[in-house]
Ligand binder design. Structure first.
Ligand SMILES: [Zn+2]
Length: 139
């Protein structure tokens, strides 16, 4: 997908969600308020963080996630972080950045215009994709 912020806003609207930017008085970057089909993004964040946050909240919205905290909420959060990373990063670009910056997640994040969290989430997904090496033990 790899859309810019404005394209994501259009996608959200096309799906029937309203997106507003406000100051959020907590350490939350964004919220999805399911009864109102409303996504709130913290207006004080830099654009690349707002982009990641909007993508994250949009994944919650598309899955109709209703709050977190419960066991289902935690599973939904893990799935949302994984899908967000997959929306925002593509494999060839990631692999190139990983080589260029010797695996430094902060530098990879700034190269790919995403947060470090998104890079970490992408990396965990990628590690689960690669076939596990078979370790031959001599005994
Ligand atoms: Zn979330």
């Amino acid at each position: 997908m790899m859309q810019c912020y404005d394209e994501m806003l259009s996608t959200a609207q096309a799906l029937g969600f309203e997106v507003i930017e406000e100051s959020i008085p907590s350490d939350c970057d964004g919220l999805y308020l399911w009864p109102y089909r409303l996504i709130v993004i913290d207006q004080n964040l830099p654009e690349y963080v707002r982009r990641c946050t909007l993508c994250h909240e949009l994944v919650h919205a598309e899955h109709d996630d209703r709050g977190c905290g419960s066991r289902t909420g935690m599973a939904a959060e893990a799935r949302t972080r994984r899908e967000t990373a997959l929306h925002l990063i593509d494999v060839p670009k990631y692999k190139l950045a990983e080589e260029m910056y010797d695996g430094d997640s902060s530098k990879i994040a700034s190269e790919l215009n995403v947060t470090r969290q998104v890079v970490e989430d992408f990396r965990s997904w990628l590690q689960n994709q690669e076939p596990r090496r078979i370790v031959m033990k001599a005994c």
